[in-house]
Design a binder for this molecule. Sequence first.
Ligand SMILES: [Zn+2]
Length: 255
Amino acid sequence: MIRIGPAGSAGLGNEKALEKINELGLNAMEIEFTYGVRMSDSQAKSLGERARELDIALSVHCPYYINLASKENAKIEASKKRIMDSCQKAHLLGAGYVVFHAGFYQDRAKKETFDLIKKEVGDLAKAIKKNQWDVVLAPETTGKKSQFGDIDELLRLKKEAGCEFCVDFAHILARDGEIHYDGVFDKLKGMGHIHAHFSGIEYTEKGERRHVLTEKSAITPLAKKILERKVDIAIINESPDPITDSVKMKKALTQ
Ligand SMILES: [Zn+2]
């Protein structure tokens, strides 16, 4: 199945955004806790109920200030708390995937960073199980070369730490300076459902600069591969106009 929808409410507020998404024939939405987990339990429950009625699949994006490989223990603990708070709301929302940017290499080797993040993600996965929350951790493929999270690292993390991950195609392009969809989907074979992000992106040799509007020329090659390979996927658009760009994506996928 293909699901498409925006990251965040495009300024409408989550309740109104759900109705708008439904009117436009979209069927996914990522709730953004960008600057903090600010949502009451009752709001999360009622939002989740409405999304289920409309058959809109919800996911959650954790706050940005997360570094599970920080050199300061207090920062690691604060990061884990932000992820756990997001997971608690995601459970009430009925949102399966909890997306986050896992951390930074700083001056560490990639392997050392991997081991640190693996330990923390493993602990988080255990805590989720203990709480019986129906959510999965989804660290994201990141857009900067200084950030942990290329696709190979995340494939290995999934295997070894018991998480899923989020494939951000725009970030892969920004990180590598190019993207070959066949190569990416070959690596993702056997994943079953894929939770993905997509938008236009501006980047330099260091990687991501910012998300921009999603041009048709960027949408077409991805849409073509998804249809050709019959990929089971949810595509969350993270551009500055995520609802309009989700509609563009839908058009490309239903032609
Ligand atoms: Zn993303």
